[in-house]
Ligand binder design. Structure first.
Ligand SMILES: [Zn+2]
Length: 199
């Protein structure tokens, strides 16, 4: 019988190794499928001993106070680069750096032109780059931006299509916003990416 497995031939070993592999390799395949399923489950709702985050989901708090517009963003690192482990390759390190550079520049944030917003400060934290995430804690990207807006009343709609385009693993952004006496919430998705802030 032809051996389906690559075993060095020509020795007596081959005769008994082949049936043995025929038994063991399918078992190994089953085990690795189970492992893959486990990783997929982790992918969706990823719990850690001291907290949990959901891949794809992000939170954004927006406050408009006079001319000052503040945004606070929190989301799983997975949403930005597709992994959360310590970078193992130059490509993975570059992906983390690119996220940091883009967030510092506010890539994906497109504020209404007529509002005349000028960036005044930001604080960006990308796990594995700025900080070593603690084991058992979810690896989250945190970003804060402050803008001064000459015409804050012009901020009534903000489209996050550019954000979903730049970080396509983001499936949902839960937004809470507050301005003067008004506040509201919204869940943005790639198909419904425009936030409306009542005046
Ligand atoms: Zn995670």
């Amino acid at each position: 019988m032809e051996c389906r497995y690559k075993v060095s031939n020509g020795t007596g070993l081959h005769r008994w190794l082949c049936p043995l592999l025929g038994l063991l390799l399918p078992l190994a395949a089953i085990a690795s499928d189970a492992q893959a399923e486990h990783e997929d489950a982790e992918h969706a709702a990823h719990s850690h001993e001291h907290g949990a985050h959901v891949h794809g989901a992000s939170q954004l708090n927006i406050a408009l106070d006079g001319k000052r517009l503040s945004l606070q963003f929190l989301g799983a690192l997975h949403n930005f680069v597709g992994f959360e482990h310590v970078p193992e390759t130059a490509e993975e390190r570059a992906a983390l750096s690119a996220v940091q550079t883009d967030l510092v520049q506010g890539a994906g944030l497109v504020l209404p032109l007529g509002a005349g917003c000028v960036a005044v400060s930001n604080r960006i934290t990308v796990p594995h780059l700025d900080v070593a995430p603690q084991q058992d804690l979810p690896a989250n990207v945190q970003a804060e931006w402050q803008f001064d807006c000459a015409s804050p009343e012009a901020i009534s709609r903000v489209d996050f299509a550019a954000w979903f385009a730049r970080f396509p693993l983001t499936e949902e952004i839960k937004v809470q916003w507050i301005r003067a006496d008004t506040q509201g919430g919204s869940e943005l998705t790639p198909d419904s990416s425009t936030l409306t802030l009542s005046p």
